[in-house]
Ligand binder design. Sequence first.
Ligand code: ZN
Length: 395
Amino acid sequence: MYRSASAGHLLDLVRGGRARTRTDLASQTGLGRSAVSQAVTALIANGLLREVGQGTSTGGRRPVVLAFDQQAGVILAADLGATHSRIAVTDLGGEPLAEVAEDIDIARGPGIVLGWVEERFEDVLTLAGRTPGDVRGVGMGVPGPVEFATGRPVSPPIMPGWDGFPVPERFEERYGVPALVDNDVNIMALGEHRVKWSDSEHLLFVKVGTGIGCGIIAEGRIHRGALGAAGDLGHVRVSGHDDAVCHCGNSGCVEAVASGGAMARQLGALGLKARTSRDVVSLAKGGNPEAVRRVREAGRLLGQVLASAVNFFNPAAIVVGGDVADADQLLLAGVREVVYQRSPPLATQHLKIVQSALGDRAGIRGAAAMVIENVLSPDAVNQALAAEPPREAIA
Ligand SMILES: [Zn+2]
């Protein structure tokens, strides 16, 4: 209980389902009735709270029930992949209202790609019947390392022309709201966690597509590490593959052997028609024995790396996403086999190893969640209320 609770904290209590009425808010915070009323009035005037009917009486008058208004604004979310991107507009609860997915090559550079993103943002706003004035924040994931504080990509290997590019500024200027940019695997981890695993504090999200990456949720938050390089599992060495040269300059990296890109090269060398990770998946699903064998072995190699991560981090769940996770249960079977065998019983007792439930929509859900948690944080809400006094106060 804290007597200095602000309007932003009260909104947080209602959003989190911990308070439904002014009486709840008073008893949860220790604030007096008039202080609570004043803050609730400001939140209602700002559109964030609304009165939605009456609750059951506990003796006196029936209390008015308050609810967070998810429709009070919208969030623009973009999940930019190497060759394929998804754009969405969501409400303030993170639920997508409209979305589009298209092929666009990230290597065309920030000018062309971000211009394309802006056009698609306008499209999804129109589809959802909303306007640029409704936008409260912009969130984006990109397929490379990002310095999160500035939202700038840092030497991204597959994103020529993007190094140090001020991505957020472009959208902050256009919409006059905060814009946040993070690595794509981090936002996928966040999306999967917020939508499916919010009861678990610790989770690893592994993306196996053209490359291999991992997003870490620790104590419910994205763990980025000292310089944002946490979770770079793709370049952990696996035994017995010293001949596999990796684009990072080392050899024997798990990504150089077990990624969708590596398997496509191996199958292509056998004369099979496999150019991308999606080709590998369709061959495996079609029962091609070479593809089946490789995907399963890729799961085991990934399991080697993840067994160490499980020992070290003790997650409640490992969620596997990316194209290659779609190869029926082949990849997961390999991962499970090695992790349960190699990790100590205490770390695996309740460990769940599952396929991503959100699939290729995890990124936009996470990008939206990242921004919503920022623009609806108590401090941000208090600042917004101070900047825009309710109409009664002006009159
Ligand atoms: Zn490597």
